[in-house]
Write a protein that binds this ligand. Structure first.
Ligand SMILES: [Zn+2]
Length: 456
């Protein structure tokens, strides 16, 4: 018999279902990995194999993080890379990252995932595009399986080094044949196309300024032959746009289209400098955008036109981005910054708290090309999170707890369920020892900095 799990008595249950229902005294009945019923506690089954009492709590779908570089958690607030814009920041960190080892990828993935999960995220993508020494994407995948997070691992890559007009040093780029071969291996080994999949692979050349046009095209062909998604960085800064115009004679959106990089199976990180024609193109092709407000502020890249994108029908999700350009991976914090930053750029009506939560849940699901996560409804994956409403940060905000969740200081989750399994209870991560994860992470971060110092 498949195990049942009942979450009941939620003060408010945010469903993100088609009617965007918010249910007072709400409950969710789960069978195995899948939600079977959602409604008022009095109308749902009263018994189950396991019962979670959500009294005094807000329950909502687990959030979806669409862009990250988890290995960068090893170089947060890195001295010498704190105050530059994108290209300066990258060129000061590439030589440090050149010393990464497989063990470090594993450790930093667990750190990043623990941080995301405790903030309310249940599905994350990761963009690993640098493979020095013995690093493999498999290191991240194994880390995700141990910690119990739903994962979209993307096989990133850089192939155009400095000597060929790219930005990264030659020492951290790979041969294009080897990139394609390894990507194919990863898809065949790990990709799960089925509904409720815990693990998917995507094809993800790093950016137009670090791979060739040939690789962009080949990557698209490969992804489509296996029916997997495609991910890259696009139009992040003014420098990015200038590079595209000089090198390819096209705007970033035109370049993406020329390489086959538009469609429901494609999502681009940032798009801060996407022009109106690009927004229209992404809207009618269903091309997704991972909006990363903290990183965009940290690197002074600008304000992405998210309001315009949403109005044009562009699927928009949130990304915390790599931990070296956000330095904190809090999904609610990111939703809050998304709301605030749109207001700075486009006025106080540009993004409401509920719209920000929708981008963080349903928006992320759509960007990852999934219709089985991001909402609490029958037939959806059983991914949900709970926040206590009796804390200091919400005091005085309880006339509208859903809005308070975004307006007030970002809270940590009290309970998290991923794929029908309780992974956080009473604010404690159950799947790994957080103390051990942090201790190991800090030791390896010191080793990485030391290796870079010796190499210089
Ligand atoms: Zn990024």
């Amino acid at each position: 018999m498949t195990k049942t799990l009942l979450v009941r008595n939620a003060q408010v249950l945010v469903t993100m279902d088609q009617q965007r229902r918010e249910i007072a005294d709400g409950a969710v009945f789960i069978r195995g990995h899948v939600i079977e019923a959602v409604g008022p506690s009095s109308e749902l089954p009263q018994t189950a194999d396991e019962i979670v009492d959500a009294k005094g709590k807000l329950v909502m779908p687990g959030m979806v993080n669409t862009h990250h570089h988890m290995y960068q958690s090893l170089t947060r607030a890195f001295p010498g890379a704190q105050d530059g814009e994108l290209f300066d920041w990258l060129t000061s960190l590439y030589p440090v990252w050149a010393n990464l080892r497989g063990e470090m990828i594993h450790a930093s993935t667990q750190t990043a995932m623990a941080e995301l999960m405790l903030s309310g995220c249940t599905t994350s993508s990761d963009h690993l595009y640098i493979y020095p020494n013995d690093c493999r994407l498999d290191d991240s995948i194994e880390a995700a399986q141990e910690i119990g997070m739903r994962f979209h691992a993307t096989r990133g890559a850089m192939s155009v080094g400095k000597s060929r007009g790219g930005l990264p040093p030659d020492s951290v780029v790979e041969e294009e044949d080897a990139i394609i071969k390894d990507t194919q291996r990863l898809i065949e080994t790990w990709h799960d196309p089925s509904r409720h999949a815990m693990l998917r692979i995507a094809v993800a050349p790093c950016s137009p300024f670090s791979v060739s046009q040939d690789l962009m095209r080949e990557a698209a062909n490969l992804a489509r032959s296996y029916r997997v998604s495609m991910h890259t960085h696009l139009a992040e800064t003014a420098g990015d746009v200038a590079y595209s115009r000089e090198r390819f004679g096209m705007t970033p959106a035109q370049y993406a289209e020329s390489c086959g990089w538009v469609g429901h199976d494609v999502w681009h990180a940032h798009c801060v400098q996407l022009d109106d024609a690009g927004i229209a193109l992404f809207g009618h092709t269903g091309t997704g955008v991972a909006h990363c407000p903290c990183s965009n502020m940290r690197l002074a890249s600008g304000i992405a036109p998210v309001r315009k994108m949403l109005d044009a029908g562009v699927p928009v999700g949130l990304g915390v981005d790599g931990s070296a350009s956000n330095d904190g991976a809090h999904m609610l914090g990111e939703a809050r910054q998304a709301m605030l930053l749109q207001r700075v750029g486009f006025g106080p009506a540009a993004l409401s708290a509920r719209q920000a939560l929708e981008v963080a849940t349903l928006g992320g699901a759509k960007v990852l090309n999934r219709d089985d996560i991001g909402a609490l409804a029958p037939g959806m994956s059983a991914d949900l999170v709970m926040y206590r409403l009796d804390g200091l940060n919400f005091a005085g905000g309880l006339l509208d707890p859903v809005a308070a969740l975004v307006f007030c200081s970002p809270a940590q989750v009290d309970c998290s369920i991923v794929h029908g399994r309780v992974v956080i209870r009473d604010g404690q991560l159950l799947t790994v020892s957080l103390g051990n994860v942090v201790e190991r992470h800090n030791r390896l971060a010191r080793e990485l900095a030391e290796a870079a110092r010796v190499a210089r």
